[in-house]
Write a protein that binds this ligand. Structure first.
Ligand code: ADP
Length: 300
């Protein structure tokens, strides 16, 4: 199964602190590391580790060793022929995580903002040959629109992870097969904090399926007719970074393997939960083997 991920590639600068700083406060970190991140790159690596053939379309900086980051993607086994090298710095994220695993993140898009529609059209073959295209919102919205519409032209299924929260043009919804907001993003898109009502609003706008990730509560699905609430898997969570990213990758992988929707949600919940048991973004993305082990343990 082929998955094309179109999205951000970042360097993550992660500091671990006892307590997140208040406005104007300085706190001392107990640990610090630099790693590959960005919702796009995270979802690409997650999908690859779960067993898919993955093609990444994204952008990095030319003059700040962006190729080091691309090398990491290549080492994971991801096809990197769709990577654009730009004169901007590679996108970066400053992440702070407290003792209970809560985080704050500041992102500077850098090269990600240079990923344009022209580049997408130039790499339309990657989209055409994919079974699923996964997108997020850390690249220009116009680029997302082009990619979504191109995917539909080729009849390729589109999963849009509307993160970080931002308003979407009304005419985009009907091209989306699955939209995957978390509760905050859903409220932003629909103006309601009621998950069921919010999800219904997205269906009414034309999205075929809505899956809301609910953190430690699990996930909620509706296509306007059927509703499924899939309970979270109980694990020892220490860092929720990239849980949403691995969840999205897992959705595509499970659907690509023809799992029914209930099993798909369960599979994605397991992958999301496992991601919270380790610190970091890429470091915490589980391999298929670990997922299958937990599935067996859970009696699946
Ligand atoms: P995001 O990172 O995009 O905000 P969520 O926090 O909703 O996304 O997490 C995505 C998925 O990961 C959830 O739907 C759930 O399946 C799983 N998950 C997240 N946090 C936990 C947790 N504390 N315990 C178990 N599963 C979790």
């Amino acid at each position: 199964m082929k998955i094309a991920v179109i999205g951000s590639i970042n360097r993550d600068y992660t500091a671990q602190v006892k307590k997140l700083p208040e406005k104007g406060e300085t706190v001392i970190a107990s640990n610090y590391n630099i790693s590959l991140g960005g919702k796009g790159a995270n979802q690409a690596v997650a999908a690859k580790r779960l067993g898919a053939d993955v093609y990444m379309i994204g952008a990095v900086g030319n003059f700040d060793n962006g190729e080091d980051i691309v090398k990491k993607l290549k080492e994971e086994g991801i096809d990197i022929s769709g990577i654009l090298y730009t004169d901007e710095v590679t996108g970066n994220a400053m992440i702070t995580i407290d003792e209970s695993g809560f985080n704050t993140i500041v992102v500077y898009p850098g090269a990600n903002s240079k990923l344009d529609s022209f580049w997408i059209e130039r790499h339309s073959k990657i989209i055409e040959e994919a079974d699923f295209v996964i997108l997020q919102l850390e690249i220009p919205l116009e680029t997302v629109e082009t990619a979504v519409k191109l995917s539909k032209k080729y009849n390729v299924k589109v999963i849009l992870n509307p993160a970080p929260a931002c308003q979407l043009p009304d005419d985009l919804y009907r091209y989306i097969d699955i939209i995957t907001p978390n509760e905050v993003e859903l409220a932003h898109l629909t103006g309601t904090t009621d998950v069921k009502k919010g999800a219904m609003k997205l269906v009414e706008k034309g999205v075929k399926k809505v899956i809301v990730t609910l953190g430690e509560k699990g996930s909620y699905y509706t296509d306007g007719y059927e509703e499924i609430f899939s309970e979270a898997i109980s694990v020892n969570s220490i860092d929720s970074t990239a849980a949403g990213d691995s969840f999205n990758a897992a959705l595509a992988v499970a659907l690509g393997e023809d799992m029914d929707i209930k099993s798909t949600l369960r599979f994605a919940n397991i992958v999301g939960a496992l991601t919270t048991t380790k610190i970091g973004a890429q470091d915490s993305l589980p391999y298929r083997e670990e997922v299958e082990k937990l599935r067996i343990k859970l009696g699946e």
